[in-house]
Design a protein. Structure first.
Length: 168
């Protein structure tokens, strides 16, 4: 028998299921919820996943960390970002104070969210598509020929991901 639950409780259960096991489809997620006595329609589940900002990466749903700010101190956060960069980053390029990151299809928004939540002081923000992320570095190009903020940031992200370096 299904028990009525609030939207917040349903979201919490969905997040717990996705974080706790490999959920590969909305049908599978609906079955897991039903096993917990939570009946949802496909339309409701689709809206819930969108509201939770769930993304599919390599065939499994993932949910970015909650909140609009970094959840960990800036010193600890790069550890998670480094792991994600090693798993998802396939290429890096830069121009001025912009860095372009390449990922497998479907992974860009997840990685961009992780970059934003890390709270690195030299990053203004990110914009992500399906497999490409634009990262905006805080400073404009240097008029004296020193590396631009984008070049410095690209080098840092490349090093963390263990790639060969920005493609030119």
């Amino acid at each position: 028998m299904s028990t009525p639950v609030s939207k917040a409780a349903r979201h919490d259960r969905i997040a717990g299921l996705i974080r706790g096991s490999a959920v590969r489809s909305q049908t599978e997620l609906a079955e897991l919820l039903a096993a917990d006595g939570i009946q949802v329609t496909q339309a409701t589940l689709s809206r819930d996943l969108e509201e939770l900002r769930a993304v599919k990466v390599r065939g499994e749903y993932l949910i970015p960390e909650d909140g609009e700010r970094a959840l960990r101190p800036a010193e600890e956060a790069p550890t998670r970002l480094i792991r994600l960069l090693r798993e998802l980053l396939t290429g890096v390029d830069c121009s001025g104070n912009l860095v372009v990151l390449r990922t497998p299809p479907g992974a860009a928004q997840f990685l961009a969210s992780a970059i934003d939540r890390t709270g690195l002081p030299d990053i203004v923000g990110t914009i992500a598509g399906d497999d490409t992320i634009m990262v905006v570095a805080r400073e404009a190009p240097d008029p004296h020929g020193r590396p631009t903020a984008g070049e410095v940031l690209a080098a840092k992200l490349t090093e963390w991901a263990h790639l060969d370096g920005p493609s030119k």
